[in-house]
Design a protein around this ligand. Structure first.
Ligand code: NIG
Ligand code: FE
Length: 424
C-alpha cells in the first residue's frame, strides 16, 4: 500500500524474528497448522491502521526518512496480536470462595447445583450499576491488551433476566467504543436459568423476550448457549438457536465441557461459527466438524483451573481439523485472560507444537471471531495489531518461557498502546 499524505506511517526495524502471513488463509486445518512463516532480521511497515509491508532488513528496506515514525525493535521479535474468541470479561466481583470450595473437593457442577457458580455472579451483577460494571470490565480490557490481545469476543450471561442481560451488552458496547480492542459481542442469556424462573419459563423468556430485545438494540453479533449436562439440553439449544437465527445471530456455543452432551452436533447443524470447550468430546464428533465451517475451540485455562480433562486438540489436528484457542476469562472457571499462558498450556498439556498453538491463538482464533479477513496475522492490508517482545532466541521461546513477562509493547491499529482513559 502506498503512503498518502493523510495517513500516519510507521517503520519498525531490527526485528529478530517476525511472524508473517503471505498466503492469507481464512483458517488453517490439520497439517497446515504447523506452518508458521518467520522472517529473521526483519522490518515491518504500517500505513495508517493497516500493515503495508515487511521483509528482510537486507532486502530493500524502505528509507527511514520516508516514514512519520521509526521504531527500533532492538532485536525483539514481533508476533500478530492474540485473538481471543471466547471470554466473559464483563462480570461483577470475583468468586475466590468457590476456588477454595474446589480445593476442598467440590466440583464445578456441585457448586452450581448448590446455587453458587454462574448464579452467584448474576447476584453480584444485579447489585452493580452499569457504570461500575463498565469500570471493572475496563480494567480487564487493559490487562488483556497489555498481555498481547488485540481482538476479543465478549459474552453476556451473568444477567439472566432481560434488564440485566441488556445491561451487560450495553457495557460491551461501551468497551467497543472506548477501547482500541476489536470486540465482537455474544448474547449468552442461556448461560444458566435465572433464579426467579423455572427452566421452561426461562427458555420461553429467552425466545420471546430477550432475543428480540437484544436484536432491537443491535447489541449482539452472535448467540451462545451453555449446552451441557445440568444447564441446557440439545432440544432447548436447538429452539434457542433457531430463535437467534430469525434475527441473524450466528451461534458460537459452549459444548461438551462437563459431559458428552450432543453440543457439537447441534452446533454444526445450526452452522455455528465455533463450538467451544469440548473437554468431554469423543472422536465421533470429529467427522461432523470435518465437513463443516465450525471451528472447534479449546480453552485449556479452564481444564487447568478446574482440573478437568484437556480438549483432545492433538487428535483433532491429526485428524485434519483446525483448532482455535481462547482464554474463557471468567470469574468461575478461568480467572485469567493471559493468551501467552494459554498458548503454553496448549503446548504443554495438549501437545500442540508452538507453531500450531500460535496459529490456533491468532489466525484460527480470528476465524472463530468471524474476523480472519482483517485480523489474526501480519499480512499486507490487515489491521496492524501486533506485539513486540524482549529479545528472545526463537519463536518457540515464547510458549517455552511460560510465565516470563516478555511481551514488551502492544500495538493496536498501528499505534503503541499507552493505556485507557477512566482507569483509577
Ligand atoms: O465457559 N461453562 C460455562 N461458562 C463459563 C463459566 C462461567 C462461570 O463459572 O462463571 C465457562 O467456563
Ligand atoms: Fe465460557
Amino acid at each position: 500500500m502506498k503512503a498518502t499524505s493523510k495517513t500516519r506511517t510507521l517503520l519498525v526495524k531490527n526485528i529478530a524474528h517476525l511472524v508473517v502471513d503471505n498466503h492469507r488463509p481464512l483458517r488453517l486445518q490439520g497439517s497446515e497448522m504447523a506452518n508458521l512463516e518467520v522472517i529473521d532480521n526483519a522490518y515491518l511497515t504500517v500505513d495508517g491502521d493497516r500493515f503495508s509491508g515487511f521483509g528482510k532488513m537486507t532486502d530493500n528496506m524502505p528509507t527511514e526518512s520516508s516514514f512519520d515514525q521509526v521504531i527500533d525493535a532492538c532485536g525483539g521479535s514481533i508476533f500478530p496480536s492474540w485473538c481471543d474468541p471466547h471470554t466473559h470479561i464483563v462480570y461483577a466481583g470475583s468468586r475466590e470462595a468457590e476456588f477454595v470450595d474446589k480445593i476442598r473437593g467440590l466440583s464445578y457442577a456441585e457448586i452450581a447445583r448448590r446455587g453458587g457458580g454462574i448464579l452467584n455472579s448474576a447476584d453480584h451483577l444485579h447489585e452493580l450499576s452499569e457504570d461500575e460494571l463498565y469500570r471493572q470490565a475496563l480494567r480487564r480490557a487493559d490487562e488483556i491488551i497489555r498481555k498481547g490481545t488485540g481482538c476479543v469476543e465478549v459474552k453476556s450471561g451473568y444477567g439472566l433476566n432481560t434488564a440485566d442481560e441488556l445491561k451487560m451488552l450495553r457495557v460491551i458496547r461501551r468497551l467497543q467504543e472506548t477501547t482500541p480492542l476489536k470486540i465482537k459481542a455474544t448474547f449468552l442469556g442461556a448461560h444458566a436459568v435465572g433464579r426467579q424462573y423455572t427452566q421452561p419459563e426461562y427458555v420461553d423468556l429467552l425466545i420471546n423476550e430477550m432475543i428480540p430485545a437484544v436484536a432491537k438494540e443491535q447489541l449482539a453479533d452472535y448467540i451462545d448457549v451453555f449446552c451441557d449436562e445440568g444447564f441446557f439440553t440439545v432440544e432447548e439449544t436447538a429452539r434457542i438457536l433457531e430463535a437467534g437465527a430469525r434475527y441473524g445471530l450466528r451461534p458460537k456455543i459452549h459444548a461438551e465441557e462437563l459431559a458428552p452432551s450432543g453440543g457439537v452436533a447441534v452446533g454444526v447443524k445450526y452452522n455455528a461459527l465455533s463450538v467451544d470447550h469440548l473437554e468431554s468430546m469423543d472422536e465421533a464428533g470429529f467427522e461432523l466438524l470435518l465437513n463443516s465451517e465450525t471451528m472447534p475451540t479449546a480453552l485449556p485455562g479452564t481444564s487447568f483451573f478446574l482440573n478437568i480433562p484437556f480438549t483432545p486438540a492433538r487428535k483433532m489436528i491429526s485428524a485434519g481439523l483446525g483448532v482455535a484457542l481462547a482464554s474463557d476469562y471468567n470469574p468461575g472457571s478461568t480467572p485469567s485472560g493471559d493468551m501467552k499462558f494459554i498458548v503454553s498450556l496448549a503446548c504443554i498439556k495438549m501437545r500442540l507444537l508452538p507453531a500450531e498453538a500460535i496459529n490456533a491463538a491468532t489466525i484460527n482464533a480470528a476465524y472463530a471471531l468471524g474476523e480472519s479477513q482483517d485480523y489474526g496475522s501480519i499480512a499486507v492490508g490487515k489491521v496492524a495489531n501486533f506485539f513486540l517482545t524482549e529479545p528472545i532466541s526463537s519463536v518457540e521461546y515464547l510458549p517455552y518461557a511460560y510465565t516470563s513477562p516478555i511481551i514488551k509493547q502492544a500495538f493496536l491499529s498501528g499505534r503503541p498502546y499507552e493505556g485507557l482513559k477512566g482507569l483509577d
